[in-house]
Design a protein around this ligand. Structure first.
Ligand code: NOJ
Length: 735
């Protein structure tokens, strides 16, 4: 439909109809079984209002979607179709590794492929919008939702944000297989105080702009059709009612002109947050902030008309919001075809088809980070007696908290993966302990979660016995998927006690322990790391998890992932991130000097730094060479290193470029990631890797909050992770 026609349509709509477009109803208005991810609301609305709704969320069955859409078009006075939205976070039916794991691939193009597949499956299932990507910068592993982000680095997150949006949306939303992206949660939801879910965010303006906004900006620049507000406050103002944040920053500065949706019931939560007296005031704050869609409350539908009558808000505010929603529907081609790509035959054919599974397997293997290997990996294909123990031995919930359609029956367990890959080895599988700690009541998104196959009382001893008789032990440990995700904050980042006890007992009887950790966050793995010969961080790897692990353990695939989030030494060290600042008294290793920036009881260094990860070979780096040691404003300087595969296996290295501004008008991070290149090298092979460096890469918010660079020396680091000391110095000259 042409824009003039859209405007004609808008002008012809009654106020009631227009406000209906701003209301998003949850699935329980349309079906019996609801997926509720927030407080259930007492709506007090009738059928007429339901028929006027503009969108709904979390309805997945294509036949149901078709019926609901048919009815909606019939009933809506102008036959305006509904938008069907859902959380497709790391896959629709084919489940990919969780976003944090995808960040560890350091392959945005791979995440894009996963998004393309997710969109293809979801659109055949009748969906139009996904609430993804979540690009909140995360530095505190206590927060359960770190699993939904691609990590702690603004540059890396920005690349993934762009790639994922492009993957979902394709060339244009109308095209077959495209769905609209909704980048979230605007803004800075990833920095809740003390890692506690829904908590307030206290951030400096500089950090907000420099660290937190870039990834949202990148998603917006890539054309993200929607943005979702966040639950948190920012500078003591809840984001969902923050006019400055949504209008001045998001729309005017960042150039977003799509649809802004509240998070679940976030408009109503303005009351509990203490900035709105009642629902009417909450409605006023949100509409004035420019929030177009009210997700899952009746606040807009109940109060906007009254506010217009009173003259508190104007109808033109509503018109603007409605026009944005109609534009999105039009961009998706819904006025011509309200079912878009919904197609039950294709839906069954695409879901979990072999090419999608193949991609899931590759993405999973490429996302698992090998943290330690004392020569025990890769495994021999035959002649080994392997004890496979731990709660993840046969666990099938490998898809993380946010995969609403992931099913156990479609998932490859570790046991199955290992049996297929190493049929000439002998595998003894014993769980040993439960995944959900005894005495714990764990509530997932749909109620109480129970242990799948609870262990018998002698399982622990059997596991230890099997370990003592085996050549080596693979011990599969971790947190349950619902220990992370929304509502999954934790104050202790260690594994549950029973699992630690199992590890201790098993590693005492067999020194050849290969530990595999499933989790949605970096955990405190000190003891596990110390007692293991090899340690693999498997995250929640998705449908093909078991196969992907076996691929890595048997060396069919070389481990190549790098940490996108720092692994803390212990919980007390978080929030921890590589791009921190120097203090006036940096620690120089001298423990006798009390008055330096350090802890008395733990090291300053994390257990494993950002960018870290091993493969089955080692790479050597030459010194950093520069094309010039002086860089003028318009110049570029080329920094290069020669990287050589020094080992006996082929492998992929992720060569990382970091810059440090040595002195500026404000304190600068000790280094920042500015580029990386993945390179595959055969044994003995070497290659020259070059990075172009320019003035733009040195910009920051200066003392006067101008985004600019300053003249002076800077350090260029090129190496294998964020702690590299392979460096050279250059000088930026501006005049
Ligand atoms: C609440 C979550 O914060 C958000 O990320 C999600 O998209 C909505 N619920 C809808 O399920």
């Amino acid at each position: 439909m042409e824009r003039v026609k859209l405007i004609e349509l808008l002008n012809d709509m009654s106020l009631e109809e227009k406000i209906g477009q701003l209301m998003q109803l949850s699935s329980n208005f349309y079906e019996d079984e609801a997926v509720l991810t927030g407080p259930a609301m007492e709506f007090g609305i009738g059928e007429n209002e339901i028929d006027q709704a503009g969108s709904t969320l979390s309805i997945f069955d294509p036949e149901t979607i078709k019926k609901i859409q048919q009815k909606a078009i019939e009933k809506q006075p102008h036959h305006i179709p509904l938008l069907f939205m859902a959380d497709i976070i790391n896959g629709y039916k084919t489940i990919f590794p969780i976003p944090l794991a995808q960040g560890c691939t350091f392959q945005p193009e791979l995440a894009k492929e996963c998004a393309v597949v997710s969109a293809k499956e979801a659109s055949a299932g009748g969906l139009h919008v996904t609430f993804s990507p979540m690009v909140d910068l995360v530095r505190d592993a206590r927060w359960g939702r770190v699993m939904e982000s691609t990590g702690e680095d603004k540059y890396l997150n920005s690349l993934f944000a762009k790639a994922i949006v492009e993957g979902y949306q394709g060339k244009q939303l109308k095209d077959k297989g495209s769905i609209a992206a909704c980048v979230k949660h605007f803004a800075a939801y990833g920095a809740p105080t003390a890692g506690k879910e829904y908590n307030n965010v206290e951030l400096s303006m500089r950090s907000l702009r420099e660290d937190y906004l870039p990834a949202y900006q990148s998603a917006i620049d890539a054309g993200s059709a929607m943005v979702m507000t966040s639950f948190n406050t920012l500078d003591r103002i809840p984001a969902t009612g923050n006019k400055w944040l949504m209008q001045d920053i998001l729309r005017n500065e960042m150039g977003f002109n799509g649809v802004l949706i509240s998070d679940w019931a976030a408009i109503e939560e303005l009351i509990s947050q203490g900035v709105a007296e009642d629902k009417e005031e909450a409605a006023r704050l949100a509409i004035n902030a420019g929030v177009d869609i009210d997700m899952a409350t009746n606040i807009y539908i109940k109060h906007l008309a009254g506010l217009i009558q009173k003259g508190t808000i104007s109808e033109s505010q509503i018109d603007k919001a409605v026009l944005r929603i109609l534009t999105l529907k039009n961009d998706l081609g819904l006025f011509e075809n309200p079912y878009k790509d919904l197609n039950p035959e294709e839906y069954s054919r695409y879901n979990l088809c072999s090419s999608h599974r193949e991609l899931a397997r590759k993405a999973a293997a490429d996302s698992m980070v090998l943290l330690k290997n004392e020569g025990i990996l890769p495994l021999k294909k035959s002649g080994l007696r392997i004890a496979l123990v731990g709660p993840y031995t046969e666990e099938l919930h490998l898809y993380g908290a946010w995969s609403l359609l992931g099913e156990d029956k479609d998932t490859v367990s570790l046991r199955v993966g290992m049996e297929c890959a190493g049929s000439e080895n002998k595998l003894y599988c014993i769980k040993g302990v439960n995944l959900i700690p005894d005495q714990e009541f764990l509530y997932g998104f749909k109620g109480l979660v129970t242990e799948r196959n609870p262990v018998t009382s002698d399982s622990f001893e059997e596991a230890v016995k099997a370990a003592s008789e085996a050549d080596l032990v693979i011990i599969a440990l971790g947190e349950h998927a619902y220990h992370s995700g929304e509502g999954g904050s934790k104050a202790d980042l260690r594994l549950p006690k029973q699992q630690r006890e199992l590890f201790e007992a098993v590693s005492r009887v067999n020194r050849n322990c290969i530990s595999i950790i499933f989790s949605g966050r970096p955990l405190d793995l000190r003891d596990i790391s110390e007692g293991s010969k090899a340690l693999l961080q498997a995250w929640f790897p998705g449908s093909e998890g078991g196969n992907a692990i076996a691929d890595l353990l048997y060396g069919k695939v070389q481990p190549s992932a790098r940490l996108a989030m720092t692994f803390p030494y212990c919980t007390g060290q978080v929030p921890v991130h590589y791009d921190h600042f120097n203090t006036g008294r940096p620690f120089n290793g001298d423990h006798k000097n009390r008055f330096q920036s350090k802890y008395l009881d733990i090291p300053n260094e994390p257990l494993y730094p950002f960018g870290y990860g091993l493969g089955y070979t080692e790479f050597g780096y030459s010194e950093v060479r520069l094309s010039d040691t002086l860089m003028k404003k318009q110049d570029t300087v080329t920094a290069s290193v020669v990287v050589k595969n020094m080992g006996e296996h082929a492998g992929t290295e992720t060569v990382q470029l970091y810059l440090q501004d040595q002195k500026a008008s404000v304190v600068r991070p000790i280094r920042e990631l500015k580029g990386f290149q993945r390179v595959y090298l055969e044994p003995g092979e070497s290659v020259e890797i070059m990075f172009e460096i320019n003035e733009e890469m040195l910009r920051f918010y200066n003392h006067n909050m101008e985004y600019t660079s300053e003249q002076g020396a800077f350090t260029i680091f090129i190496g294998e992770n964020a702690t590299t000391n392979n460096q050279a110095e250059c000088y930026l000259q501006l005049d």
